[in-house]
Design a protein around this ligand. Sequence first.
Ligand code: HEM
Ligand code: HEM
Length: 188
Amino acid sequence: MTTSPLSKTTISLHWIIALGIIGMLAFGIYIEDFVPGKLADGSRNLFRGELMMLHKSIGVVILTVALARIFWRMSEGWPKPVSVYHKLEKMLAKAAIWLLLLGTLIMPLSGIVMSQAAGKAVPVFGLFDLPIIFPESKALGGVAHEVHGIGAWVLIAAISFHIVGALKHHFIDKDATLKRMLGSKNIS
Ligand code: HEM
Ligand code: HEM
């Protein structure tokens, strides 16, 4: 079976989103778990506010790139597998990829809903605020907050599974799946 290389756009979009999402998951958990909202004297921790603004801004950029990536995938079609695999393996890999694609949309969208429902603007690097789309609502904010928190852990599980799959292709099947996503020319 001949292996066709992936387009430069597919490879670039994959790694921009991969680094962006993994970085944002770590960043979000860091802010939540290690940066308190209040200082010892009871005043608001402004540093947390600044980190949160950065988190929101990067999230909006990731949402834009994720949308572009999904349009690209729809126009280009799915990459052909490099070899023939067991039906179950193909199904699991596809399920993980759908979760990953959904996650790249749901995480920033739920973040935006959570912020706007709490009556807070979504600033983009201090340049402008996103227009208000979602109304202030405790209930809506609560759901979005849950989705953002649980979604993060579902996404971490899907990414871990996806990475184990990529390593299995490389080290056990010894095929070109990972090499072609890394842009290697030596894939036949
Ligand atoms: C170090 C981390 C990662 C590695 C090693 C990796 C590796 C790979 C490889 C080898 C493929 C090609 C599969 C094929 O040819 O069928 C792939 C595809 C894919 N990966 Fe990853 N990946 C990583 C992180 C991520 C992350 C964080 C996401 C999204 C949140 C993601 C989303 C996707 C998607 C949607 C595809 C399908 C092809 C496409 O639309 O570009 N990957 N990945
Ligand atoms: C790539 C997109 C994003 C990822 C992967 C991500 C990830 C995370 C993670 C992992 C947390 C910590 C959750 C927890 O431990 O409960 C978090 C918290 C948070 N994120 Fe995001 N986020 C993204 C985009 C956004 C966007 C676009 C916004 C708003 C516009 C946003 C607003 C928030 C807020 C307000 C919190 C704190 C929630 C709280 O106070 O409990 N996020 N994010």
